[in-house]
Design a protein around this ligand. Structure first.
Ligand code: NDP
Length: 454
C-alpha cells in the first residue's frame, strides 16, 4: 500500500512511523488516514508541529505484551499472547476494549488504540485512549476454557489497570461472559470492588443501555446527519448491516425502531437476505444465547436466503440499499464493494465497526457524494456509555435506561455537530473523516501542550 502524503512534514512523519513499526499494516493505515486529515489543520495550528504533538501522538505511552498460558478441557496447556496498548492519557485514564480473535496482532491492537484516542476525545468525556486483547479464539471453546483463559489473562493485566489508570471493556469476542470472568479474577487478586472494567452485568455494577449503546449510538449519529444534511430520516429506508454481533444487532434494533427495514446481516461465513426484513428476535437467540452461525437463520425463517461467503462476507454489499452500516470488522468494505453500493443507489455509509472501509473505498465514497461517517465518530456511543458506567460506579448509583439512553443520544448528536462544524471550518464541508480527526485531535493536543514534554 502506498502511504504517501502530499505534505513534506506529514509525509516524513508517515514514513518514520512505517519504518519504526514494521509489518503493522493496520496501524500504518490508521495513522495515514489521520495524517491525511491533519494537513487541513496545520495552517491554523502551528503548535502541532512546533510542540511535536504529532510526533508524540503516534507513539504509544506504553505497550504491554505478555504470555497467557491456560489449561484446556483435555488437560493440555495452551499458550496465547496478550496485549494492552496504553496509547494516550492526556485527557483521562486509558479506556478501550479487549479484542479476543485469532487475527489479533500488535498492529491491529495499535490501530485500535490509536483511533480510540480521538474517538474518546470526541465524546467530550475525560477518557484517554487504549486497547488490548489476545489471539485467543473464544469460538468453539467451553465456558470453562474461556474462564481459564480470562483468569490467566487477568493474572498479568491486573497490575497495569485500575479505575483511575486504565479501564478496559468489550470488543470482538469479548462480551458479558468474558467481562464477568475478567472482573471476578481482578477482584480476587486486588481485593477491591471498583469500576475497573465496563460492560459489566446489571447485577454487579453494569450500566443499563451499555449493551445497546454502540449500535443505538450509530443510528442516533446517522439519523442526526440524515435530518440535518439530507432533510430525511431512517423512516422507510432499506438498510444492510454487516456482522451479527453486539454492534450489528443493536444497530438493527434502533434502525428498525426509527422506521427502517434491515434486509441483510452476516457473520464471517456468509450473509442472510430477506426482502421482508430480518427477524431480530431470531438473530438475538441464535447469536446471543445459542452462539450459533447465521446460516441457521434460514432454517427458522424460510423466506430468507443464505449465501456462504468465505471472503469475509463482502458479498453482502451487492444487496441494494439506501444505507449501509458496516458493523463487523476492519477492511470489510473495499473499493469494489464501494463501487457496487454507489451503483445500486446507496446514499449513506455509516461505520459501526472500527475502520471497516479501506482508504480507497472511503475516497471513492466521498468523491461520489456519499454521506460517510467514520467509526471513530459514529461508533463512539459504546465508549461514551462505558464512561457513563464509570460515573455510576464512582458515585455508587444506577441510572435508569431512559436516563442513559438520553445522555447517549445527546452525546452522539454533539459529536455529529462537532464533526460537521470542524469539517466546515477547515474547508472540507461534509467530510466527517476530516472533521472527526481534527476535532478529536485538537482537544488532546491542547491537553498535551499544557502538560509539557511528557
Ligand atoms: P462481536 O464479536 O459481538 O461481533 C463481531 C461480528 O463481526 C460477528 O458477526 C463476527 O462474525 C463478525 N466478524 C468478526 N471478524 C470478522 C471477519 N474477519 N470477517 C467477517 N466478519 C467478521 O463484536 P462487536 O459487535 O462488539 O464489534 C464489531 C465491530 O465494532 C468491531 O470493529 C469493534 O472494534 C467495533 N466496536 C465495538 C464496540 C462495542 O461496544 N462492542 C464499540 C465500538 C466499536 P463471526 O461470529 O463469524 O466471527
Amino acid at each position: 500500500m502506498d502511504y504517501t502524503i502530499d505534505n513534506e512534514y506529514l509525509n516524513g512523519l508517515m514514513q518514520k512511523v512505517i519504518a519504526k513499526n514494521p509489518s503493522e499494516n493496520e496501524f500504518h493505515q490508521a495513522v495515514f488516514e489521520f495524517l491525511e486529515s491533519v494537513k487541513y489543520a496545520l495552517p491554523t495550528h502551528p503548535e502541532l508541529i512546533d510542540k511535536q504533538i504529532l510526533e508524540r501522538i503516534v507513539e504509544p505511552e506504553r505497550q504491554i505484551m505478555f504470555r497467557v498460558a491456560w489449561v484446556d478441557d483435555n488437560g493440555k496447556i495452551q499458550v496465547n499472547r496478550g496485549y494492552r496498548i496504553q496509547f494516550n492519557s492526556a485527557i483521562g485514564p486509558y479506556k478501550g476494549g479487549l479484542r479476543l480473535h485469532p487475527s489479533v496482532n500488535l498492529g491491529i491492537i495499535k490501530f485500535l488504540g490509536f483511533e480510540q484516542i480521538f474517538k474518546n476525545s470526541l465524546t467530550g468525556l475525560p477518557i484517554g485512549g487504549g486497547k488490548g486483547g489476545s489471539d485467543f479464539d473464544p469460538k468453539g471453546k467451553s465456558d470453562n476454557e474461556v474462564m481459564a483463559f480470562c483468569q490467566s489473562f487477568m493474572r498479568e493485566l491486573y497490575r497495569h489497570i485500575g479505575p483511575d489508570v486504565d479501564v478496559p471493556a468489550g470488543d470482538i469476542g469479548t462480551g458479558a461472559r468474558e467481562i464477568g470472568f475478567l472482573f471476578g479474577q481482578y477482584k480476587k487478586i486486588v481485593n477491591e470492588y471498583t469500576g475497573v472494567l465496563t460492560g459489566k452485568g446489571l447485577t454487579w455494577g453494569g450500566s443499563l443501555a451499555r449493551t445497546e449503546a454502540t449500535g443505538y449510538g450509530l443510528c442516533y449519529f446517522v439519523n442526526c446527519m440524515l435530518q440535518k444534511k439530507m432533510n430525511t430520516s431512517f423512516e422507510g429506508k432499506t438498510v444492510v448491516i454487516s456482522g451479527s454481533g453486539n454492534v450489528a444487532i443493536y444497530a438493527n434494533e434502533k434502525a428498525t425502531q426509527l422506521g427502517a427495514k434491515v434486509v441483510a446481516m452476516s457473520d464471517s461465513n456468509g450473509y442472510i437476505y430477506d426482502e421482508n426484513g430480518i427477524n431480530l428476535d431470531v438473530i438475538k437467540r441464535l447469536k446471543e444465547v445459542e452462539r450459533k452461525r447465521i446460516s441457521e437463520y434460514v432454517n427458522e425463517v424460510p423466506t430468507a436466503k443464505y449465501t456462504a461467503d468465505e471472503n469475509g462476507s463482502k458479498g453482502i454489499w451487492t444487496i441494494p440499499c439506501d444505507i449501509a452500516l458496516p458493523c463487523a470488522t476492519q477492511n470489510e468494505l473495499n473499493l469494489e464493494s464501494a463501487k457496487t453500493l454507489v451503483a445500486n443507489g446507496c446514499k449513506v455509509v455509516g461505520e459501526g465497526a472500527n475502520m471497516p472501509t479501506t482508504p480507497d473505498a472511503t475516497e471513492y465514497l466521498l468523491s461520489n457524494g456519499i454521506y460517510f461517517t467514520p467509526g471513530k465518530a459514529s461508533n463512539a456511543g459504546g465508549v461514551a456509555t462505558s464512561a457513563l458506567e464509570m460515573c455510576q460506579n464512582s458515585a455508587r448509583l444506577s441510572w435508569t435506561f431512559e436516563e442513559v439512553d438520553a445522555k447517549l443520544k445527546g452525546i452522539m448528536e454533539n459529536i455529529f455537530e462537532n464533526c460537521d462544524k470542524t469539517a466546515e471550518e477547515v474547508g472540507c464541508p461534509n467530510n466527517y473523516v476530516v472533521g472527526a480527526n481534527i476535532a478529536g485531535l485538537l482537544k488532546v493536543a491542547s491537553a498535551m501542550e499544557a502538560q509539557g514534554c511528557i
